[in-house]
Design a protein around this ligand. Structure first.
Ligand SMILES: [Zn+2]
Length: 295
């Protein structure tokens, strides 16, 4: 099954909801970063959360979510857009932690840490980007996205995220975002809250049926209407040329010095692990470009 995200509303129009199944892209994150089980879970949850935020914008949107929790994974960053592209990295993706003793689940909260913040930078269409930052609630990320939507966006919303990792790789990954529109009767809001609190975990639901529609039906308690599905995928737009822009920014003198020392440059993309090599000739060519731009 391909990864996809589904947008929908309840038949009464009071609730907007989004759900995603993201196993393939989470497995790609795991593989590209050689990530531990707990890091794969954190990266998969963050990537799915970023995709859900980008998808709820009605226009073309790009979002960067940055999490600093003070935990052993270090900084985590995910970039997503409303066309369904996402990439993510953790500073130390090989760190592994023992499972939680309470329920045997991966200890994402401890791996991410709880002493820090979640920062969202959103760019919608041609509008200037806006930024919202909230302190972390648990480092489990689902709760933290929920808190961000409440605090920073003043939304009555809930986010659930989950990743199940087996010894062979990622078995299930996905999540949902449910948003109550203004003027919804309070009794309906409370009923939905109780329903979400009583739900099985996202991964248990996806194990039952690996489908965003099934996830939404379980969350909402009704069959949603106006469902629109689109594919989501891992994608990193990096290239030798883009990284070359960074080298040009060093300036002609520094590039000359590198080339004179006969040093080749190797740059690694944090997001996808791709390596780019710049030979001495490449550096000289970049120096020429830097000279041209300095004029
Ligand atoms: Zn890349």
């Amino acid at each position: 099954m391909i990864d996809q995200i589904l947008s929908a509303t309840t038949p009464d129009g009071n609730v907007r909801a989004f759900a995603a199944s993201t196993r393939t892209l989470t497995e790609e994150l795991r593989r590209r970063h050689d990530a531990s089980r707990v890091a794969s879970a954190a990266l998969g949850r963050l990537a799915c959360g970023a995709l859900l935020l980008a998808t709820r914008e009605k226009e073309q949107a790009r979002v960067t979510v940055q999490v600093h929790g003070g935990g052993p994974l270090g900084e985590l960053v995910a970039d997503a857009d409303s066309a369904g592209n996402v990439r993510a990295y953790a500073q130390d993706p090989q760190v592994e932690l023992p499972a939680r003793t309470t329920d045997g689940k991966l200890d994402v909260g401890r791996a991410v840490g709880q002493e820090g913040y979640l920062n969202v930078v959103m760019q919608v269409a041609e509008d200037p980007p806006y930024q919202g930052m909230v302190p972390l609630v648990s480092g489990e990320l689902g709760d933290d996205f929920t808190y961000y939507l409440a605090q920073s966006q003043q939304l009555t919303a809930a986010v659930g995220l989950g990743v199940l990792v087996g010894p062979e790789g990622v078995r299930r990954a996905g999540g949902f975002l449910v948003e109550v529109l203004p003027f919804t009767p309070p009794a309906q809001v409370q009923a939905l809250q109780r329903r979400i609190e009583g739900l099985k975990s996202v991964t248990e639901l996806l194990m039952q049926h690996d489908s965003p529609l099934f996830l939404l039906e379980q969350v909402l308690g009704v069959s949603p209407t106006h469902t629109v599905a689109h594919a989501v995928r891992f994608s990193c737009p990096c290239s030798k040329e883009r990284f070359g822009r960074g080298l040009i920014a060093l300036g002609p003198d520094e590039l000359q010095a590198l080339a004179d020392r006969g040093e080749e440059a190797e740059l690694v993309c944090h997001f996808c692990g791709e390596k780019y090599y710049y030979s001495v000739e490449d550096l000289r060519a970049l120096r020429q470009q830097a000279l041209g731009e300095g004029r």
